[in-house]
Design a protein around this ligand. Structure first.
Ligand code: TA6
Length: 299
């Protein structure tokens, strides 16, 4: 396990970037920029909180989430990689890949007056599945300023083409999911997982009144999550994604997940920039694929 004090010596920056032992005795990083705060677990390079004003977390985390080695936190921004959803070749493999359950290495930190930045890397040789050993390099860069910027970069280190799918599985906190809007979804087509991935069109304004599990196919790269009940707007800018996955488990599925508080579905919505099957990414040898998002509270 990483040595916290040596990580702080190498990468800590007083009052800006702090490495500490957090939940599950895992190494965590706290980023501070003015009053904004972000917490990242080195397991999964997992952003668990983003507090633009230093208090309210605009990301949702289940109060019954487990915090343990090799299990992703239920909430925040889990990284799905090098596959999204079920593994296309082997359904025994963990859903959403192995990056979110793996320990990343902190490799770089920097702070300016207006921004702090860290880079975390997944060791390409410490991989639970032999065919992936040494094949792909995953690097995650996180920047905090008056917004949260996060980019995952995949490089194909091998001499063969490799297909991946990926997502930033972002859980946003909302006052009541039945009263939110995502205006940019209107008119988009999507694959509806709750109806055997049938292709449908968003003919009316998007709303949540039951389970939603959709892969939107042609969404704009600038979105807004509008929580009009509390006059909150979150602007989300994405890149490197051909899909936006939208998920709310609703009551039945929420109840079935032991790390998802029973009524938590009312206070969350996942908006996930992704490249989900069938929009996987074909990486030629030596090439780089970037997937990212920038989240900003609109005041
Ligand atoms: O992103 C939507 C989804 O693929 C849903 O189908 C649901 O499985 C969700 O991810 C959560 O997956 P997880 O493995 O984190 O429980």
């Amino acid at each position: 396990m990483a040595d916290i004090s040596s990580l702080n010596k190498s990468y800590g920056i007083e009052g800006r970037i702090t490495v500490y032992e957090g939940a599950a005795q895992l190494p965590w990083i706290r980023l501070q920029c003015d009053e904004a705060l972000v917490e990242v677990c080195l397991q999964g390079a997992h952003v668990s909180s983003y507090r633009p004003g230093g208090t309210e977390n605009i990301l949702w985390v289940s109060s019954t989430s487990s915090y343990q080695e090799h299990k992703a936190i239920r909430g925040g921004i889990p990284i799905c990689w090098p596959w999204f959803g079920a593994n296309p070749e082997n359904s025994e493999r963990p859903q959403h890949g192995y990056a979110r359950n793996s320990l990343f290495t902190l490799t770089s930190s920097a702070a300016s007056e207006t921004e702090v930045q860290v880079i975390l890397k997944l060791n390409p040789d410490e991989v639970p599945f032999s065919e992936w050993v040494g094949a792909l390099q995953l690097e995650v860069e996180i920047r905090l300023s008056d917004q949260l910027w996060i980019e995952m970069r995949t490089r194909n280190l091998s001499d063969r083409p490799i297909q991946i799918s990926d997502a930033l599985h972002s859980y946003f906190s909302v006052s009541d999911v039945r009263h939110i809007q995502v205006p940019e979804l209107l008119g988009c087509s999507y694959l509806d997982k709750t109806h055997s991935y049938q292709r449908l069109n968003q003919e009316n304004p998007f709303g949540v009144v039951a389970e939603v599990d959709r892969v939107y196919l042609d969404v704009e790269k600038r979105l807004e999550l509008v929580d009009s009940k509390v006059s909150k707007k979150i602007r989300i800018e994405t890149w490197g994604n051909r899909n936006l996955v939208v998920w709310n488990p609703w009551i039945e599925h929420a109840r079935k997940m032991d790390d998802f508080e029973d009524h938590g579905y009312l206070n969350m919505l996942c908006l996930e920039p992704a490249n989900a099957q069938p929009n996987s990414v074909d990486l030629k040898p030596g090439t780089l694929h970037r997937l990212g998002q920038c989240i900003k509270m609109k005041t």
